[in-house]
Design a protein around this ligand. Sequence first.
Ligand code: NAP
Length: 316
Amino acid sequence: MSLTMIGDVKIPIVGLGTWQSTDEEELVKALDAALEIGYRHIDTAAIYKNEHVIGKVLKKWLTSGKLKREDLFITTKLPHTHIHADEVESQLKQSLEKLQLDYVDLYLIHFPIYLKSVGDGKPTEPQPTDHLAVWKKMEEQVDAGRTRTIGVSNFAIHQIDRIIKNCRIRPANTQVELQVYNQQKELREYCKKNNIVVVSYSSLGSPGTPAFMKKMGRDITVPNILGDPLITEIAKKYGKTTGQIILRYITQNDIVVIPKSVKPDRLKENFNILDFKLEPEDLKALESLDKGEDGRIFRMDYGPKFVEHPEYPFRR
Ligand SMILES: NC(=O)c1ccc[n+]([C@@H]2O[C@H](COP(=O)([O-])OP(=O)(O)OC[C@H]3O[C@@H](n4cnc5c(N)ncnc54)[C@H](OP(=O)(O)O)[C@@H]3O)[C@@H](O)[C@H]2O)c1
């Protein structure tokens, strides 16, 4: 099942997330398993440092004739450290080279603040950021055939609106944290009116993040969404897992999901969510879990230079 974006471009409603998939052997196995199961939509980003692995696996599938390029939907993203007009084209070319593709299906601006690395071991510094200048270069990538559609990620409504009011090619897509505790109702409403397809990231609550971040010396806690008592009750009623209930709830609201897993059983579980429908009373119960902005997991508020930046997107 797919949703249709601007320009009649179809985006499969269930894709595969690949953030934190950095172990090459593990990711190759996961991608092979996912493609066998039927995944055709893969979400990556330059900062995930795995485009080259995805490229190798896609090349294998494409040259063997098991898949055609047009069967696939591939998203990648302009990295936080290169959100600058002068960098868009070279960054996308680098991503395409690693992915061994002539074009991607969707190219996103990963984050609304341009971060500049200020040297070895030093943190990246937020810089002045000109979305309209960056967008003009994003449009040129569509003209050049390097991407079929363009969009944004982690942008606030007013930031998307500024692009829409000044663009030649409209944003087709926005990718945001969207899970049952942070259901993004206002953004969804805005996107519906403006024909922008929404992709939910961290739909399952990103349970792998604490262990992943610990390796980088950072302590992060995430809510146990998969263990939520109400979702557990609903899961029992349908004979499904809590993960499947969550993913079905989001897709039943016409939102794309891209759950990440490297485990074949979970890949299957997350893909097989379209053979049942949640009843209105259960949709309503799940809707009641929304805490709005208070339910956001990833605030990306790494110090005053972030939160005071004019383009910081997550203000309450
Ligand atoms: N645009 C952005 O700024 C942004 C930010 C975050 C994420 N994303 C994208 O969105 C994707 C998904 O988000 P996410 O990776 O943060 O989190 P997620 O999909 O909510 O959760 C992934 C985690 O849940 C585990 N998992 C997967 N399926 C499961 C299941 N059925 N039951 C129990 N556990 C399960 C995975 O472990 P195993 O792998 O061990 O199964 C992994 O640790 C990312 O991979 C990335 O592509 C984008």
